[in-house]
Design a protein around this ligand. Structure first.
Ligand code: 0RA
Length: 650
């Protein structure tokens, strides 16, 4: 009886296991976010996270990542090795359980809790389910153990394949091409995450090697990431292209109320605020309780210092929270046992108990610093006062905009050709470079759901301007009013009232030339700095007009790159007969007529829109400040390095 019952349970468990991984293959996006480039890279993070956990538990200090020739990935660590003994409940090797049971992660070691674990924290079994091939190799107890799988199913029982005096885990997986849109890994994307992980987990050495590339000596490019200073070095890295206001990074590392807290902050001469907040190594774009704690600690401590110093005495204006964060670069990292992630993109920390420890840590480190560095403290307070004055000027400008809107009927900018549909989810707005292309777009659009707003010339570079200048700028005011969102709230000068947003597709449409890309970058910089929520919610898109029209007689087709163009030319030429094929290079949107623009770029049936996303928030901040800043050499280097991803016009 007992025997029979156990057998039944065992087979039931087994079925559950199979269903588990099949569910991952049926709805991969539910487990890894999406099946695009992001999801593909997420697989690597998931595997590396397991090694990071082993490192955080104090058993591993080196992680090597390889992109192999076939775009498979190998991750090797020098930890204890995943246990291979029989798992009593599952009746199979623990290794097999970890690799084939959803969420089995580190469950059977009660002392190690999973504090890392990528955004979705789904475990390596998900990666296994989504891989056409995966091989796990474990070195421990003097032996080398191995097991291979295909789409999550073991090909054989765990076996011993050799002897070794070393310990560690090695996983090689090849993502399933029938699941992912693309299976090609991007070195820079992985590099940015490995660098971030090295800063967030000081002392660990992470290497990334691209085996797809070989130099003259037969070597593959390798980058090593290692940080002894942790977040202190991370803050310096984030500010590497900015001019420092104070020479130091103010730093705290420790535990408060059982919560590990690490914080670094410094000030630069810019007007932007750059706070990167992490929970269990995950970048929490939407902030949360740890960020509130940081802000509270910063504001209270600086306010007290400024008041006590007497520097505020002659100021008639009220200083508020924002003023303390102009030119601030900071990184906050906490490790939370049971994080509650909230918000639109599940990147907002909800745990109330985290606020006080972070706030305390910031107060302690900052008050000590201010006491010991009166000259630097003075520089910071002076900058805060300047920010407060500028904010008052900005508010006046803002009130002007809002008043103007109330007065002028619909409140919409005169240049906006609005659509008739009112449901934001169905509405699109095109921001079009130049009045002439704007005119064509107005003729070509479907006025039912597409609104057109021409932007004249180059919009303001918000990276270089003070806030009040930004809110005085005509084009920027028009963008705000067309979108229907308010400029800030009383509590938070940068928060957007998304419920008033009038369009859920905001499409930037520029010429496919150098000026066009510059304007595109300026607009994106503005969205990134002042309306980041729009990007985070996936509302921002870039239109992709064609680069060529290939014509023969009455037949005409469009091409978006040289390959397509050449293929069209040879198709239209047919069997090699005499060439009357006409190729037109579109330089600007204005060269297309309304019908062509609709067909190629605006018709939802035939157009291609590129959605703008933030893959790595820390990296993104840095890239914008560098692209739009004063320092030329890093910009040139970036452009040269990324030129291969852009279209080059011969
Ligand atoms: C649980 C227990 C033990 C090791 C691990 C998990 C482990 C998992 C991964 C995943 C990638 N690398 C890893 N390294 C270790 C070991 C328990 C023991 O030896 O006593």
């Amino acid at each position: 009886m007992a025997e029979e019952e156990r057998r039944d349970n065992y087979s039931a468990d087994n079925i559950q296991v199979l269903e588990g991984l099949e569910a991952v293959r049926k709805r991969p996006a539910m487990y890894i976010g999406d099946v695009g480039v992001k999801g593909l890279h997420h697989l690597v993070y998931e595997v590396v996270d397991n090694s990071i956990d082993e490192a955080l538990a104090g058993h591993c200090n080196k992680i090597d990542v390889f992109i192999n020739v076939d775009n498979s990935i190998t991750v090797i660590d020098n930890g204890r090795g995943i246990p291979t003994a029989m798992h009593t409940k599952e009746k199979k090797s623990a290794l097999e359980v970890v690799m084939t049971v959803l969420h089995a992660g580190g469950k059977f070691d009660k002392d190690t809790y999973k504090v890392s674990g990528g955004l979705h924290g789904v475990g390596v079994s998900c990666v296994n389910a989504l891989s056409i091939a995966l091989k796990a190799t474990v070195r421990r107890e003097g032996k080398i153990f191995q097991q291979e799988y295909s789409i999550g199913k073991p090909l054989y029982d765990v076996k011993v394949v050799g002897e070794s005096t070393e310990t560690g885990t090695e996983v090689t997986f090849k993502p399933d091409g029938t699941i992912f849109d693309s299976t090609e890994y991007n070195f820079d994307t992985l590099a940015a995450r490995m660098r971030e992980l090295a800063f967030l987990n000081k002392g660990i050495t992470i290497s990334l090697t691209d085996n797809r590339v070989t130099d003259e000596e037969g070597n593959h490019p390798t980058t090593m990431y290692h940080s002894e200073g942790g977040l202190k070095e991370f803050a310096q890295y984030l500010d590497r292209n900015r001019e420092a206001l104070i020479p130091d990074v103010i730093y705290f590392e420790g535990e408060r109320e059982n919560i590990p807290v690490e914080v670094a902050l410094t000030y630069n001469n810019s007007y932007t605020e750059n706070i990167q907040a992490y929970v269990n190594n995950i970048n929490t774009h939407e902030g949360g309780t740890h960020l509130s704690g940081f802000r509270r600690g910063l504001t209270n401590t600086l306010k007290k210092y400024a008041t006590d110093s007497g520097m505020l005495a002659k100021e008639k204006i009220e200083i508020d929270g924002d003023d303390f964060r102009e030119g601030l670069t900071a990184v906050v990292s906490v490790k939370v046992q049971e994080p509650q992630f909230e918000g639109q993109t599940k990147t907002k920390l909800g745990n109330r108990e985290v606020t006080a420890p972070v706030s305390q840590a910031v107060s302690e480190m900052l008050s000590a610093y201010l006491e010991e560095h009166p000259a630097e403290a003075r520089l910071i307070v002076e900058k805060v006062i300047l920010a407060a004055r500028a904010r008052h000027a900005a508010r006046k400008a803002r009130e002007m905009v809002q008043r103007k809107n109330v007065l002028s009927g619909s409140g919409l900018p005169g240049k906006l050709a609005d659509c008739s549909e009112k449901d934001p989810a169905a509405c699109e707005i095109y921001f079009v470079e130049g009045d002439s292309a704007g005119g064509t777009a107005k003729q070509g659009r479907d006025r039912h759901f597409q609104a057109i707003m021409p932007l004249r010339g180059k919009i303001l570079n918000v990276e270089k301007a003070m806030q009040y200048k930004i809110f005085e700028n005509e084009e920027i005011k028009n963008i705000y009013t067309a979108l229907g969102v308010r400029i800030g709230t009383e509590e938070d000068s940068k928060a957007l009232n998304l419920d008033k947003l009038r369009y859920h597709k905001i499409i930037i449409m520029c010429d496919a030339d150098v000026d066009g890309s510059h304007i595109e970058t300026l607009i994106l910089t503005f969205f990134f700095r002042y309306m980041k929520e729009l990007i985070e919610n996936g509302y921002i898109y870039i239109a992709t007009p064609p680069l060529y029209q290939v014509k023969k007689g009455t037949k005409s087709e469009y091409a978006w790159n040289e390959d397509q163009r050449d293929r069209l030319i040879s198709d239209l030429k047919g069997g090699g007969s005499e060439s009357s094929v006409n190729v037109q290079r579109y330089k600007g949107l204005g060269e297309m007529n309304a019908e062509q623009l609709w067909e190629t770029t605006m018709n939802p049936e035939s157009r291609t829109l590129r959605q703008v996303t933030i893959d790595n928030a820390a990296e993104c901040d840095q890239i914008f400040s560098m692209l739009m800043g004063d320092d030329v050499p890093p910009r040139r280097e970036f452009i040269e390095k990324n030129a291969k991803y852009a279209k080059i016009d011969a």
